[in-house]
Design a protein around this ligand. Structure first.
Ligand SMILES: Cc1ncc(COP(=O)(O)O)c(C=O)c1O
Length: 375
């Protein structure tokens, strides 16, 4: 069986460095907010090109910290694509705010800038004040932040980039981290830059936002530990995870190149077999997933079963749009219907993708997929 992702190959490559980092943490014993955390934040801010990096406990908590720092209030609306992982939309109701679901593009799977006007109008008709947008870099490619930022500035909205899947990618020569007002990422183990547990980070150039997020990740801490100046949470990154990420960051760019090589070979092998994922001009992807579109009307379950029989695991990201999930059904939907989202949820299929996938395995995937489609 081909692994869907292969964290073991990566671990074998850097295990010595990871063990040395973990041992250092065991030796000094500063398990919470130890020196590795601050060092990692400096490295990550340098990498992303931002003034501040605030590490935290998960990609979801990164989004919550970002929304708190932007002053999101209960009852206010935030536009978010419906074709995404739950966390992108979940963070609004957690803070008493309202997700306003928008459409995605059929080719990039990312937020369709043309849907923003519709989402804005739909929210207004329901009496909801829209204050911001969360764009998502789905499967590794950043959304069209040139158009999203233009709409946001014209309408006095802030923009958060949910880059849980797209950290490491670029849009028109600019790195993820610098594309929106605030960028959030996840270090969940399966992410392109993952740790060995839960973790996340927020990037911003705004000093006040950074101060609020640093405070809120430790219970709204003020100048001293038991000085609580605002309502916060426990949302710190463990020191041990920072040590793991330090080792992984050393090989991150090399792994991104390998992921691109894997995507290029898939593009060649699968051309004419299925619709392959497309990058917008001047966009790069960190290829968190390699998601193809099956022909309309395919029996996806049967194809997945056939692939599995041939030693090829596959996955569906995502089978149900967020606005159709029970807890989200009463929130506004741009124009009342999201046709592209509905179509994608029926047809997408993610294939094995990781930097250590070799060409023999990719040929096996392509042959198995062609075979499954012909059955
Ligand atoms: C698009 C997106 N946003 C947010 C998250 C949340 O990240 P975490 O699992 O670290 O909370 C994920 C994780 O899968 C994600 O894919």
């Amino acid at each position: 069986m081909i692994p869907f992702i292969d964290l073991a190959a990566q671990q074998a490559r850097i295990r010595d460095k990871i063990e040395a980092g973990m041992t250092r943490v065991l030796d000094h014993g500063a398990y919470i907010m130890g020196p590795e955390v601050t060092a990692l934040e400096t490295r990550l801010a340098d990498y992303a090109g931002t003034t501040h990096c605030i590490s935290c406990s998960s990609g979801t908590d990164a989004l919550i910290l970002a929304l708190i720092s932007l002053g999101l209030k209960p009852g206010q609306g935030v536009i978010v694509p419906s074709f995404t992982f739950a966390a992108s939309a979940e963070v609004m109701p957690v803070l008493g705010a309202i997700p306003v679901f928008a459409e995605v593009q059929a080719d990039t799977y990312n937020l369709d800038p043309e849907s923003l006007t519709v989402a804005f109008a739909t929210a207004r008709e329901s009496g909801i004040e829209v204050v911001g947008i969360i764009g998502v870099g789905l499967f590794g490619q950043p959304a069209d932040y040139s158009a999203i930022m233009k709409f946001a500035r014209a309408n006095d909205l802030w923009v958060v980039d949910d880059a849980a899947q797209s950290f490491g990618a670029q849009w028109q020569g600019t790195r993820v981290g610098m594309l929106a007002d605030i960028t959030c990422t996840s270090f969940f183990p399966a992410k392109p830059l993952g740790c060995y547990g839960d973790g996340g980070a927020v990037f911003t150039n705004d000093d006040l936002q950074a101060e609020i997020m640093r405070s809120c990740r430790i219970h709204g801490m003020g100048k001293t530990r038991y000085d609580n100046v605002r309502i916060g949470m426990t949302a710190r990154l463990d020191t041990i995870q920072a040590a793991v990420l330090d080792a992984k960051l050393d090989i991150f760019d090399d792994e991104l190149e390998s992921r691109q090589r894997v995507a290029d070979l898939y593009e060649t092998l699968l051309n004419g077999v299925v619709e392959t994922p497309k990058l917008a001009p001047d966009a790069t992807s960190s290829w968190a997933q390699y998601t193809v579109k099956l022909p309309d009307g395919s029996d996806r379950d049967a194809i997945m079963a056939s692939l599995l029989d041939q030693g090829v695991p596959s996955a569906i990201y995502y089978p149900v749009p967020m606005h159709e999930q029970p807890p989200y059904r009463n929130y506004p939907v741009a124009g009342g219907e999201l046709k592209v989202t509905a179509d994608l949820c029926k047809r997408v299929l993610a294939l094995p993708m990781h930097p250590y996938l070799d060409s023999a395995a990719q040929n096996q995937v392509a042959t198995a997929l062609a075979d499954a489609l012909n059955q």
